[in-house]
Ligand binder design. Structure first.
Ligand code: PGA
Length: 242
């Protein structure tokens, strides 16, 4: 894994944009996985300001959401699909059909997971997976303890992750207890993995990731060390200890 400590969130977004554009102009077939959450918002806002010519390059690309809450009564706009439509797909003028997402209320989650894995394979695999890092080192919603060889499936959210996501729900009590996510092995199947981390709350997980290089299920982000083309972009606050 290579890492870069950049001045601030704007610099992290600018660098991430370079990675994305490089991936879009390459002749390589494949889809791109996208994160939701607080971290990528600055990147999406930056992309929304691109020229029409550059935005056009995003419109023929297939995009996959990394994960989705599981909750039958979720309002569609509170789902991660809703988030990505609002922050990325609509402002970029990307056809909605080019965004593939997991259902937040699948009748059969196992079938849903298989459908997602098949759709990723049919798109030519992932050429790039963009992701954040959880306070507990999760990637996607692969919480500590998730097997490193896991594929897409259901995960029970830790209280720490529920609290970190409660801002998306009316209250902590109503915050989803479960999610579906690409597995750790699904994420690592991407030809390139790009993790973004910004802000003081990410200093501890970033410091652990970079300084303690042991690859362990108890800290899922550590799996990036086993990937031949993985990158971590951090701002000077999240990277203060590096
Ligand atoms: P955040 O989430 O960007 O909202 O901090 C990151 C994550 O949980 O992976």
């Amino acid at each position: 894994m290579k890492w870069e400590v950049l001045k601030d969130e704007a610099a992290v977004s600018a660098r991430a944009e370079e990675f994305l554009l490089e991936s879009l102009v390459s002749s390589e077939v494949g889809a791109i996985a996208l994160p939701t959450g607080k971290t990528p918002v600055a990147l999406y806002q930056r992309l929304n300001l691109l020229s029409e010519d550059l935005k056009a390059q995003f419109r023929t690309q297939t995009w996959f959401a990394l994960d989705e809450f599981l909750r039958r009564d979720l309002a569609p706009e509170s789902s991660f699909r809703g988030f990505l439509l609002r922050h990325f797909i609509h402002p970029m003028g990307i056809p909605e059909g080019n965004l593939l997402t997991l259902s937040f209320h699948p009748d059969d989650p196992e079938k849903e997971a298989t459908r997602y894995e098949s759709a990723i394979a049919a798109a030519g695999g992932l050429k790039l997976a963009l992701l954040g890092i959880g306070l507990n080192g999760h990637i996607g919603f692969n919480e500590p303890g998730t097997p490193l060889d896991s594929r897409t499936g259901v995960r029970r959210l830790t209280e720490k992750s529920r609290k970190a996501n409660a801002y998306l729900f009316p209250s902590l009590e109503e915050t989803a207890h479960e999610a579906m996510t690409m597995g750790i092995s699904t994420i690592l199947s991407a030809r390139r993995v790009l993790m973004l981390a910004t802000g003081a709350s990410k200093e501890a997980p970033v410091s652990r990731l970079v300084k303690d290089r042991s690859i362990t299920e108890t800290f899922p982000a550590s799996a990036l060390w086993s990937h031949p083309d993985s990158w971590l972009l951090v701002d000077s606050t999240a990277g203060a200890a590096l």
